[in-house]
Ligand binder design. Structure first.
Ligand SMILES: [Cu+2]
Length: 114
């Protein structure tokens, strides 16, 4: 009985920790317009948790779903005018691309530095 109570406490502390990390994620807004991603380039820090919030504001684009291959994010649907959040923690310095799922278009770049 005592043991299971301790287990619950440990699980609870992990849950709270996860919640705390969720809250500290930096938020970056990215719009999908007729001209593609705006902004197209985003500066990130290695190891920094960040929520990329994509909002597609036009039907005049092929970017209705996105991929970020380096983060194993694929086919995230972007319904019109609905913000969609993708939370990542870049592990390596360098450039990570993001683009439309259908054709690899849009030429978005996450520039990850130290
Ligand atoms: Cu496309």
């Amino acid at each position: 009985m005592k043991k299971s109570f301790a287990t619950i406490l440990i699980m609870l502390s992990f849950a709270l920790q996860a919640l705390g990390e969720e809250q500290v994620a930096r938020r970056v807004e990215i719009k999908v317009t007729e001209d593609g991603f705006q902004p197209r380039e985003i500066q990130l820090k290695k190891g920094e948790r960040v929520s990329l919030v994509f909002t597609r504001v036009t039907d005049d684009t092929c970017i209705t779903a996105i991929d970020i291959p380096a983060e194993k994010v694929s086919k995230v649907e972007l319904p019109l005018d609905k913000p969609v959040s993708v939370t990542i923690t870049p592990a390596k310095e360098g450039t990570e691309e993001f683009h439309c799922s259908a054709m690899g278009m849009g030429d978005g770049r996450l520039i990850v530095s130290r």
